[in-house]
Structure formats: C-alpha cells, structure tokens
Design a binder for this molecule. Structure first.
Ligand code: FAD
Length: 406
C-alpha cells in the first residue's frame, strides 16, 4: 500500500482512470494529475469520428465535469512536467514548481509522428491527436474542397470517411500495399478499401508522398513517389505516433519503444509506474513485451496500478480490444490479431457483416468483426477465458457462439 501523494503525469485516458480508480478504492492521500492540455480530461476517439462530424462543443467529450474532480479531491494541475528528481522524489514542472510524490505514474501517451518532406510545415498540413486539432479540422473541412490524407491507418481512414461525408474530394496515400496493414487481416483491409471506394474515397496503395506542392503558403497538391501529382487544398497526416518517453529516459529509467515496465506496470524504480500508450509492458498472457494504443489498454492499466497502490497487487492481464468507425461501418477487434497463420470468415463481407477469426498454430488469437457486435462481445469473453474454438465451428453461422461460452 502506497502512502503520500500520487502524482500522475498526463490527463488522458490512462491518467484520468488511475486517479478516478484510486479514489474509488479509497485512497486517502493527495491525488494530483498534471494536465498539459487546456481542457478537462476528455475522450480521444470521437475526435476523428462523431466530434469531427458534428457540432457539439468540447463539454460533450469530457469524462466528468469539474464538480467530480472537486468532490473527489482529485487535483488537476495545469502544467507540463519537465524532469523527475528520483532521489528527492520530486516532479518538476515547466512553471518552476517542484511537487513531492510518494508514487509517480507516467501516463504521457504518444505524439504524432511528423511528416518530413518539403512544405510539410505549411499551415494547411494538419494532424489529429488532441481536441484542439479536431476543432481546427472542423473549420478547415468547411473551408476546403480537396483533401489528401497521408496514411491509411485507423485515424486517416476515419478522417477520410468524414471528409467525404462533408462533400470533399478525398485521396488517401498509403505506402503499404493495403489499408490498416499493421493492424488487421487482408480480408478486413479489402472490405474497407471497397467500402471507402464506394463512398468515393480514392485510396492509392504502395505510394509515398514526396512533397507538398504550394503557391506561397497555399497548398496546391501532393507529389507522389510514382510521379503523379494529386491536387489538394488540405493535407491531413496520419502516419503513426511516437510514445512520449523522454521524461522517463532523462530520469535514467529504461526505455525502448516505450517506457519499460514489468508485468505490474512498474518501471525499474519502485516509486514510478508507467501506463497507457507510453508503456512497453511485460505480458505473461502474450509472452513478451507489448505497447498498445487503445482506450481499453489505457483504462485497464489505470485500474491495475490503482489496485496495486491500494494494496491489491496483481500482474496486469487485460484482454485487448479496440474499435474503429469508418462511414457506416463499425470495426471491432478482440484479442491480438498479429502473428496469425489462419483466418476463417464468419458471415459475408458482401452482406456488410462478417468476422475474421484469426488462428495461430490452431489456437484462436483474435477476432475482427465488421458490423457484428455479437461476435465481438463473444470474442472478448471467450478469449478472456483463454479458450479456443475449432475453425470450422467459427465459420458455421448455424453454430451458436453463446453455447460455446456456456
Ligand atoms: P493520451 O490519451 O495520449 O494522454 C496523454 C496525455 O499526457 C496527453 O494529454 C499529453 O498531452 C499529456 N502529456 C504528455 N507529456 C506530458 C508532460 N510531460 N506533462 C504533462 N502532460 C503530459 N483507441 C480506441 O481504442 N478506439 C478508438 O476508436 C480510438 N480512436 C482514436 C482516435 C484518435 C483521433 C486518437 C488520437 C486516438 C484514438 N484511439 C482510439 C487511441 C486512444 O485514444 C489512446 O490509446 C488513448 O488515448 C491512450 O491514453 P493515454 O492516457 O495513454 O494517452
């Protein structure tokens, strides 16, 4: 059981959750969250989905109103953490303040990977990570006619679908030979490529943006590695993120492609944990280290650390799940669909409702569901029990998945 102030760096999904769970579990000492965004802690997924499309204000995104933080005595400290004095157990902020901690939780998330090609710093080359980006893009969508999206990952494609609904001409550039290649099966890539094409989004695969073309500060288009030039007045970049590890590494904590933590989400310093997008954690369930970028991962990490700090220490064993909304389609992923060697389909892509069951050495490792929420919910429960299902049963729509759960 920890004593003293718990300081949390970062007020995103992970930082908010650890603070809320600490109070829920009865932690009595100081809980303070360092928040470097000018908003109450808010949900990020709608930024590329409903919020981008809609007209609601920032208050629609907040996890909780200010009253919750006041009632729970969770301090929100506006500021940016710049250094950790591990020997003195102090966190230094850019304002010059130095805050004492009993335990420090790093929930610093990730930042956008920046595009490094000519003219990439022009005002109409935009990224989408924070609320202010989404607000800004709402206005630019209204003022633009042609957008080139660089990167056919989840955020790029969610943005592309919205831009098309808003009536823009949309071209998406992707270096890989299929959309969302790092994250989903070829079957699911194929389905979404077709659906975006039907909506009028042009996806160009196996090409790289080599330069943004401009007339002064005004974007005129994007040049491609295959010699083509696509006209545009707006460019949106979604080429992945980099975990924010610098605060940890400068304090001498081990980092690699994330802040290295053990299966308890603890760094090499027993007074410092790291959670969410920034954490590269040891996973007994998956037998190796993982860094995931999802709401489930961030919030379950937050709950796990709050439990440890209040005396209930267990290794982290969350079951990964994720979702993405693109146009009218909902993709939901349960488990980790990497390293699979067999895929069977349940349902029919032509009916716009199917799931890809992914197997590794005969064992079910993950399910990607398109407009089949029941399969997804089954997957979350079934995989959580560490069970498998013969591929022929997965493929048979007459086989009742609920019966398999029982
Ligand atoms: P973040 O939410 O990134 O929060 C980290 C916070 O720490 C930030 O506010 C950052 O500014 C702050 N910070 C960093 N360094 C410091 C410092 N030194 N001092 C103070 N503060 C600091 N996931 C899904 O599962 N489903 C989705 O549909 C989905 N859609 C998404 C759409 C968008 C547009 C984006 C950007 C992400 C989406 N994600 C989605 C991913 C999900 O939002 C992230 O995995 C989740 O936000 C990670 O939470 P986190 O708390 O680890 O990091």
């Amino acid at each position: 059981m920890t004593q003293g102030a718990v300081l949390i760096v970062g007020a995103g999904h992970a930082g908010f959750q650890v603070a809320a769970s600490l109070r829920q579990l009865g932690y009595k000492d100081r809980v303070a969250v360092i928040n470097d965004e000018g908003h109450l802690p808010y949900q990020r997924p709608p930024l590329s989905k409903a919020y981008l499309k809609g007209t609601g204000g920032p208050d629609t995104l907040m996890f909780r109103p200010q009253k919750f933080f006041d009632d729970q005595t969770i301090e929100l400290i506006a500021g940016h953490a710049i250094a950790i004095d591990r020997a003195g157990r102090k966190l230094k902020l850019a304002s010059g303040a130095a805050l004492d901690y009993g335990h420090l939780v790093l929930a610093t998330g990730a930042r956008n990977r920046l595009l490094d090609i000519p003219n990439a710093k022009l005002p109409n080359v935009r990224y989408l990570r924070i609320l202010d980006d989404s607000e800004d893009l709402r206005a630019r969508l209204a003022a633009s006619k042609r957008v080139v999206v660089i990167g056919a990952g989840f955020i790029g494609l969610e943005f592309a679908a919205t831009a098309r609904i808003k009536g823009l001409e949309v071209d998406v550039l992707e270096l890989a030979n299929r959309a969302m290649a790092r994250a989903v099966t070829a079957e699911v890539s194929d389905y979404f490529q077709k659906r975006h094409a039907e909506a009028g989004v042009r996806i160009h695969l196996g090409v790289m943006a080599t330069a943004i073309e401009a007339d002064g500060d005004k974007i005129t288009g994007v040049s491609l590695s295959d010699g083509r030039h696509i006209p545009a007045d707006l460019v949106v970049v979604g080429v992945g993120v980099l975990p924010n590890v610098e605060l940890a590494s400068e304090a001498g904590l081990p980092t690699a492609s994330g802040i290295i933590v053990n299966e308890h989400l603890l760094t090499s310093d027993p007074n410092i944990s790291a959670i969410g997008d920034c954490a590269l954690f040891e996973s007994p369930r998956f037998g190796g280290s993982l860094r995931l970028e999802s709401v489930q991962n961030a919030t379950d990490h937050g709950r796990c650390v709050a439990a440890r700090l209040t005396g209930n220490d267990k290794p982290y064993d969350g079951q990964p799940w994720f979702w993405s909304d693109q146009g009218d389609d909902k993709l939901q992923i349960a488990g980790l669909t990497t390293g699979y060697d067999q895929v069977v389909l349940r349902g029919d892509p032509s009916q716009k409702a199917f799931s890809a069951f992914c197997y590794k050495a005969g064992k079910l490792v993950g399910i990607e569901s398109v407009n089949r929420a029941g399969d997804h919910m089954f997957g979350r429960r079934f995989l959580g029990m560490d069970r498998s299902l013969p591929p022929e049963k997965a493929a048979d729509l007459k086989f009742d998945l609920k019966a398999a759960l029982a």
